[in-house]
Structure formats: C-alpha cells, structure tokens
Design a protein around this ligand. Structure first.
Ligand code: CUA
Length: 339
C-alpha cells in the first residue's frame, strides 16, 4: 500500500474516532451513580464502549476510503479483479477480536463476582412485589415494615425479593442493579449505596394494568439518621392501633397506587375511588362493612361500573385477620361513615 493511502486511512479513522468519542462522552447517557456496584459496572461499560469506538473508527475509515477510491466509473459493468486471501490479515482479524472479547468476558465476570459479595454484616431487606406496589421489611430490625425504602449509606444491603402474584422487576437506576421478583422463587440482589439522596424504585417488568404506577422511593441517609428513623418507626408501629393501624395496612399494601382515598392522600386512578364506598355499597345492595370486606378478599364479587374485572389482585385475602379488620374500619371511617 502506498504511503498516501495509509495517510488517507489514518485521517478518516481520526475523523470517525473523534465524532464517535464526542457522541459517547458528551451527552450524559448514564444516570448518576449512587452505589459501589454501579461504579464497577461503569468501568466495564466504558471499557467495552472504548473497544467498540476503536473498531468502529477502523471500519468507518476503510469504508469511506473504499467508497471514494474504488468507486466504479459510470457505465463500468465489468467484474472486479480476483483477490486471494491474505494469511497475515486473517490471523490478525481472528486473534485480535478473540483477545478483546475474552478480556471483556473476564472483566465482566470479575465485576459480577465482586458485585455479589455481601461482606460479613449486610443489612437484610425483604422486598415484596405485588400488583401494583412495593413493600419492604427489615428482618434484623424486628420486621419493621415500610413502603418507602430507607437505607444507610456505605453499608452493603442484601435484598431478598419475592412476588405474590406475577413477575415484577426491582430497579433503582442510580444503583445500576436490577433483579426480577418471581412468584415461588426467592431472588437476591446486593447493593452498597455510596451517596445519600432520594432515588426512584421502578418496576421494569410489564405486570398488568397498573405497571406504570408501580413505583416507590429509596432514601439513602447517613447511618445516624437511619438508626434514628428505625427507632422512631419501630416505636410508631408498636404503639399503632385503631385508625393508625388501618392506615398502615393501607400504605404497606400499596392500595394508594390504584385507588383514590382522601384520608390517605392517595390519588390512584386504576381502581374505583374509595371516597365513594357508601354509595357503591348501596348500588351493590349490601351493608357497607360487608361490602368493603368482600371487595378486598373477593374483588370480583362486585365490579364497579366502568372498571374491568380481574384487575384488583386476589392476594389480599391472605392479610392477617386483625390487619384486614383494621383496613375495613379505616376505609369505612374515611368514607364518611355508613349512610
Ligand atoms: Cu410490577 Cu410492573
């Protein structure tokens, strides 16, 4: 190959390389990183991206050069000259990709293995997914339950995920970690938050009509603030009773994700408005308390006009009796009482 051709190829490669690099680096493609695992995943991501950008530059340069240099003249229908293989070139384009892909595989395997390490004393959190809500329990904190996840910064968390009905997927973009919650299977996920802040929890598995509303929040706080919250929340739960207990059941089961209910400041639109329970009970021809109880444990017994059947999950019939009773009383009190 003549010196001029090599020079041209290098120019084209440089141009394609610069455009590719600027496109890769300039917009913020990735969410801000807020976990140790996310930082490691980012290394792999940029390592692979850099290799891809380099290969793309070489291929782009050869392509542009060939289009310009070997363009057939108008009306030239003759065959091109026959070309024999080039042993050196073939060895190179087999060996180099082999080494690159193998290095990506090893790098990824190391990161995956390290990202799964929990250390001696991980904070355990049980995650329960159901249509269409997340709920969390801290088994080491006397099963403290919550619907807004709170975590201490810089401590490794071992999530244990379970689903009550269909497949859901637990995802906090800033943590870069994602794991399915599958009925009948226990799945696990390790995250070490390394920045304080408020981040979204998103369901990323299409799980039904309310899938898009199946969201919660994780608040990463200092160790001190987190311990204080655990104490306060545990005390509130232990002393709970009456209306508070009902509201806690409402919140923990994510009722507000689908229903509007003013006393709980809930604004869900998937299911009927729970501020109208008294009128709905009348339409169903049943006493209010029986109607509310039945609608929770057997949602298809009476379907409010304008709403499809089989949307409300049948899983709430497994609520413990005292929780169910508290919930019924809470809903009745909120609907302005029996009329
Ligand atoms: Cu749960 Cu989508």
């Amino acid at each position: 190959m003549r010196r001029g051709a090599v020079f041209q190829l290098l120019i084209f490669a440089a141009v394609v390389g610069v455009i590719t690099t600027v496109t890769a680096l300039y917009p913020n493609w990735l969410p801000p990183q807020a976990s140790e695992q996310a930082d490691r995943i980012e290394y792999v991501f940029w390592y692979v991206t850099a290799i891809c950008a380099a290969i793309f530059s070489i291929v782009g340069a050869v392509l542009i050069y060939s289009i310009i240099k070997f363009r057939a003249a108008p009306g030239d229908d003759s065959d091109g000259p026959p070309i024999h293989g080039h042993t050196g070139l073939e060895i190179a384009w087999t060996a180099v990709p082999f080494l690159l892909v193998t290095s990506m595989g090893i790098f990824s395997a190391v990161v995956l293995a390290r990202n799964d390490r929990t250390g001696d004393n991980p904070l355990k959190v049980d995650v329960t997914a159901q249509q269409f809500a997340w709920s969390f329990k801290y088994p080491q904190q006397k099963n403290l339950a919550t619907t807004v996840l709170r975590l201490p910064v810089n401590r490794t968390v071992r999530f244990h995920l379970q689903a009550l009905d269909v497949i859901h997927s637990f995802w906090v973009p800033e943590f870069s970690q994602k794991q399915d919650a599958v009925p009948g299977i226990d799945t696990y996920l390790t995250v070490t938050p390394n920045k304080t802040g408020v981040f979204p929890i998103i369901c990323t598995e299409l799980c039904g009509l309310g899938h898009a509303t199946m969201r919660s929040t994780v608040i990463v706080m200092t160790e001190k603030a987190w311990s204080k919250w655990v104490k306060a929340a545990s005390a509130a739960t232990a002393g709970g009773g009456g209306a508070n207990a009902g509201k806690a059941v409402f919140d923990q089961n994510g009722c507000g994700g689908c229903h509007t209910f003013k006393p709980a400041s809930a604004t869900g639109k998937v299911g009927p408005d729970l501020d109208n329970l008294a009128q709905d009970a009348q339409k169903a021809g049943k006493p209010l308390e029986d109607f509310v109880h039945e609608s929770i444990v057997d949602p298809n017994a009476y379907i409010e006009k304008g709403y499809p059947a089989n949307v409300m999950p049948p899983t709430f019939k497994s609520l413990p009796k005292e929780q169910l009773d508290a919930l019924v009383q809470y809903l009745i009190s909120g609907s302005g009482g029996a009329k």
